[in-house]
Write a protein that binds this ligand. Structure first.
Ligand SMILES: [Zn+2]
Ligand SMILES: [Zn+2]
Ligand SMILES: [Zn+2]
Length: 357
């Protein structure tokens, strides 16, 4: 470090994607070539081409700023997982303690400058393993070289590019959406990053199963069952959420139906068990059962108000889709007062043997 804390470096801190597939890529280096887009101090700019047909890249933020957040100096994405800072930090639940006002920020960067060495302020080892697993799941398994493609040709967009195939820019119509408006500071500080917002929304949805609108559905469909898991094991787990009307295990198809007496109990069970069900060391999957098929003709209205489908010939072999479309299964023999006529095995549209297997 020289010149009142300006940054001088020999090699940039880059992610694999920005570097490109060739590790021996030629770089030009320009000492104090530009001001860092975060801290504003002059730093060493590196420029290179990450591969044939790709656009030239250069470093945008200084090494100290990159180290503070453990991000690539060019794309400002997390170096370990290639994810936006906002995604990483919300999964790891780390707080941003960098001051946002210019004066304080300069002071902060200067104060960590000497202490950081080759380390980052982000310590993944301290995070619990499920958070790290989640980051891994969200990240791309391979470098994403497509990100290094040339920018879209602005003349082409206006219909004015005359260079045709010779044009080094991409001839594509840009998609205008919330992702078109990104800025490097938001990305760096992990605030209001549209890409992060999308990713986090997606995971939120993935970690929750939405409840079917048809509130008559009170059955859960469980997959991943094997010989070691029996009806009692399922009952032991699922009764905690409310009265279980019946449980039917179909070993042949490695699945089971759990039928609750109330919708509220079924919702609670789904909420607590979706992506989070482990019985006897086996990971099981929970989904909602489907509504019983309701044909326009021939259906029987029973006194309890449920529609019983007309019996159909039993099918050979049962596909997953058919299983999902099965009506709630009948209670085990000798079940108590919660037996409904609509659950009479003789009246169901599928073979009884399937249910008792
Ligand atoms: Zn900087
Ligand atoms: Zn990068
Ligand atoms: Zn063009």
């Amino acid at each position: 470090m020289s010149r009142q804390g300006w940054e001088d470096s020999d090699f940039p801190i880059l992610c694999e994607t920005c570097l490109g597939p060739n590790p021996y890529v030629r770089m030009t280096r320009q000492g104090y070539g530009k001001e860092c887009k975060i801290c504003g101090r002059p730093f060493t700019i590196f420029k290179w081409n990450p591969g044939q047909g790709m656009r030239n890249k250069k470093t945008e933020v200084c090494q100290t700023c990159a180290k503070v957040k453990n991000v690539c100096q060019t794309c400002v994405l997390d170096l370990e997982y290639g994810l936006p800072v906002q995604v990483r930090d919300s999964v790891l639940q780390v707080q941003d303690d960098i001051p946002h006002s210019d004066v304080n920020r300069e002071f902060f960067i200067a104060s960590v400058e000497g202490k950081l060495g080759n380390d980052s302020l982000i310590n993944y080892a301290k995070a619990d393993s499920s958070a790290r697993d989640q980051l891994k799941k969200m990240s791309r398994p391979e470098p994403y070289y497509k990100r290094n493609r040339p920018h879209i040709c602005s003349f082409y967009v206006k219909g004015e590019c005359k260079r045709g195939d010779e044009c080094p820019f991409r001839h594509e119509v840009p998609v205008e959406n919330d992702l078109s408006h990104q800025n490097i500071r938001d990305r760096y500080y992990g605030k209001d990053d549209p890409v992060a917002k999308r990713m986090l929304n997606r995971t939120d949805k993935a970690s929750k199963l939405s409840n079917p609108e048809d509130t008559s559905i009170t059955s859960l469909f469980i997959t991943g069952i094997d010989e070691e898991i029996n009806e009692q094991d399922l009952r032991d787990y699922f009764y905690a959420f409310g009265e279980v009307k019946s449980i039917v295990v179909i070993q042949k198809s490695k699945c089971a139906f759990v039928n609750y007496a109330t919708r509220a109990a079924a919702e609670l069970a789904v909420d607590k068990s979706y992506n989070n069900l482990n019985i006897k060391g086996k990971v099981l999957r929970v989904q909602w059962g489907k509504a019983r098929p309701q044909g326009p003709k021939g259906d029987v209205q029973t006194e309890v108000g449920t529609v019983v489908p007309t019996p159909q010939p039993a099918k050979q072999g049962t596909t997953l889709d058919q299983l999902l479309n099965m009506p709630p299964a009948p209670p085990p023999p000798g079940a108590g007062p919660s037996f409904y006529p609509s659950q009479d095995p003789n009246m169901l549209g599928t073979s009884n043997r399937e249910f008792r297997a």
